[in-house]
Design a binder for this molecule. Structure first.
Ligand code: PLP
Length: 382
């Protein structure tokens, strides 16, 4: 049975361009870029060319760009840096819909000094509230993501960056789901920006952090002077070049296929709702509230039908707890327990979306038949 993969916000398959770039480096440019002979210098040149290219795309100076192991590392580093640099009483403003790598790092370093910014039913931060709190001098730093991994809803992050700049407050943007899917221009508007390769066809374990051009240097690791002294350790040149190749190949798309699927699924499974409807979304993501059955049962039934998708953030898979994102959006736990996340990729075709809609019909029928056959055995959290 051919499989339909609709969980690209958890991770994407390596795209052919990234694979070719990675293989080329491990075959021919595998030397340590810091070694003192010409062949190694050639590796260093390629690494710096990749840095210059990414910096150019983000419209930042190359020195602001640090390659690292991914967005979890980048996000953690920002909060550790802030904990060391901000005044002891400084409060940090966060959206409550951030990825756990932001929320947990913030809790670890700032605890009671976190101020959650209110979000609307689509999970978007109210910029008027942010402006007011910045104006009142209540925040020493702010972190608001670019696009939500569970719902695909876009934040007004360029506005948040501007408000913070005007107030002289450092702003961090976790752009992990934005990079490669949305236009990169203006990415450097944030003082700190995190991104990772595996959400747009690049390898896992590679990402970047944009740092401010001024201020105290942020030291991620101590040791050799790699990454302009910010992050010691032999660089993953193959990973970085594969990330760049994937980014070059990634092209923002229209929401047409997603929208057609929504029209189809809401007809096929009556009562299905779309989360954050009316808000701006990533072209590849839709979060659905199903009318019946827990998301766990839907995921299993759809997998049997050949489709892989998620009941929420993959980073929290294995935890039975309800998504903090959905709760922050005002859903009650029972409704949040019926949410499915559908996320496509660059290789997904219109026919794949159509086949997914058909699989939903079959899965719905099989779930209903299972309940009708043995209603007493069914444990549901609906
Ligand atoms: N932030 C967001 C919004 C994500 O979606 C992810 C993972 O996809 C991360 C952070 C963590 O990134 P990584 O897996 O590179 O550590």
């Amino acid at each position: 049975m051919s499989r339909l993969y609709f969980d690209h916000n958890a991770t994407t398959p390596l795209c052919p361009e990234a694979k070719a770039a990675w293989l080329e480096v491990v075959d021919t440019h595998w030397m340590n870029p810091s070694s003192p002979y010409r062949a190694a210098a050639a590796v260093q040149v390629r690494l710096e060319a990749a840095r210059a290219e990414l910096a150019d795309l983000c419209q930042v100076e190359a020195e602001r760009l640090v390659f690292c192991s991914g967005a979890t590392e980048a996000n953690n580093v920002v909060f550790r840096h802030w904990a060391q640099r901000l005044p002891a009483s400084g409060r940090v403003g966060l959206s409550p819909v951030e990825h756990p790598s932001v929320l947990e790092a913030a809790k670890h370093y700032f605890g009671e000094r976190i101020e959650y910014l209110p979000v609307d039913a689509a999970g978007r931060v109210d910029m008027a509230v942010l402006e007011k709190r910045l104006g009142a001098g209540g925040l020493a730093a702010v972190s608001i993501m670019a696009a939500n991994n569970e719902t695909g809803v876009l934040q007004a992050w360029p506005e948040a960056a501007q408000l913070c700049r005007r107030a002289g407050v450092p702003y961090h943007c976790d752009a992990s789901q934005w990079v490669g899917k949305q236009p990169m221009t203006g990415m450097g508007a944030g003082h700190y920006v995190s991104g990772c390769a595996h959400n747009f066809g690049g390898p896992k374990g590679v990402g970047f952090l944009i740092l401010p051009s001024q201020g105290d240097p942020c030291r991620i690791t101590f040791g050799g002077g790699q990454e302009y002294g910010h992050r010691a350790g032999t660089e993953d040149v193959a990973g970085v070049l594969a990330m760049l190749a994937a980014l070059r190949a990634a092209k923002p798309q229209a929401t047409t296929a997603r929208d057609a699927f929504i029209a189809e699924i809401t007809q096929r499974v009556a009562g299905t709702q779309v989360l954050g409807e009316g808000a701006e979304h990533l072209w590849n993501t839709v979060a659905l509230v199903m009318p019946e059955f827990s998301s766990t049962r839907w995921v299993r039934a759809l997998e049997k039908a050949g489709c892989w998708l998620s009941s929420g953030s993959a980073c929290s898979t294995g935890h039975a707890s309800v998504s903090h994102v959905l709760l922050a959006m005002g859903l009650d736990a029972a409704v949040a327990g019926r949410v499915l996340r559908v996320s496509s990729g660059f290789e997904t075709s219109r026919a794949d979306w159509q086949a997914l809609a058909e699989a939903f019909t079959g899965a719905y029928q099989s779930l209903r038949e299972a309940d009708a056959a043995s209603p007493s055995k069914v444990i549901s959290i609906d």
